[in-house]
Design a protein around this ligand. Sequence first.
Ligand SMILES: C[S@@+](CC[C@H](N)C(=O)[O-])C[C@H]1O[C@@H](n2cnc3c(N)ncnc32)[C@H](O)[C@@H]1O
Length: 338
Amino acid sequence: MKPLGDVERISGIAFGFMASKALFAGLHLGVFDALAEGPQTLDELAARSGTDRDALQTLLTGLVSLDLVAKDGARYANTNEATLYLVSNSPNYYGDYLRMQIDQQMYPFMQHLPTVVEGKTEDIPYADYEAWMGDPEEARVFSESQHGGSLGPAAVLAKRIDMTGRERLLDVGGGTGAFSIMMAKRHPQVRATVLDFPNVAKLGESFVADEGLSERIAFLPGNALNVDWPGGQDAVLMSYLCSGVPGRAIPELMRRAFAALAPGGLLIVHDFMVDDDRSGPPLAALWALQHMVFTPRAASLTGARISAEMAKAGFADPQVANLIPGMTKVVTATKPAA
Ligand SMILES: C[S@@+](CC[C@H](N)C(=O)[O-])C[C@H]1O[C@@H](n2cnc3c(N)ncnc32)[C@H](O)[C@@H]1O
């Protein structure tokens, strides 16, 4: 028993939001972009970012304590991680996703967590994704940042999945098409249909046009739980969809995927999933909490649960693998050949 160590650990959890806010403030104020141009003193950085010198020093001290910024004498610089992921012209940048979707949207939603767990949902801002994405500005902030956050994992998935002989891909709850874009880039025979709510689909069309892929990626606007899914698919992908619908709707998604696939077709489910014994990992466990504040009946998923739902719908040989370390898993299964 180490009482002081225990208290420090609990305080680290309790005050964790201060670290999140320091990171978000650094992104909002362009600190990492400014430091990408070279190490700078406090005065140089304050003049450049138009910030209050003393307040900036407090923020930088926080960022240095978190190893996001390094201090060498009087000069501040980005750490390697910040250079890779938090500087906006880096190919691995995902700061807009953190700054917009996580800080601007998810963070305030989380105040409703205790009442949602009590089963009271009257005060939550949106009852589900459909209501949330029905607001064009909310859909824009959410989807544009999601796109940036998904391109990296999508590139990993596209490399991992064997699409040999598979042409038609249905990307259900596919957002603005980040996964379809990466699949189409990696597998030249792939033609995709992305199903998502109308405000999201509209934004997706311009993302796809910017990639020069409008001939190969089409959008189907609607709610996946009541619009007809096009049949004859070689693969169906659901990335972050099962965590964003009530748990009781997952069997319906599986049935629809089975019906949409041709014999031999592949179902790919990518999502936040905890280990089967529900002991963690923490990021996957906490993401399920976060989803619950706008999808109150969403389930905390495991690979075993998704595999079982696939098997119930008729799929064969479900396989579970990790995708984003500590956060997401991919479950794949095939529709038996006729
Ligand atoms: C977290 S985003 C993921 C987007 C994309 N699949 C990705 O991985 O980048 C979840 C998406 O699912 C969509 N979605 C949630 N419920 C849906 C439903 N019932 N029908 C269609 N789309 C839905 C949302 O609009 C949102 O674009």
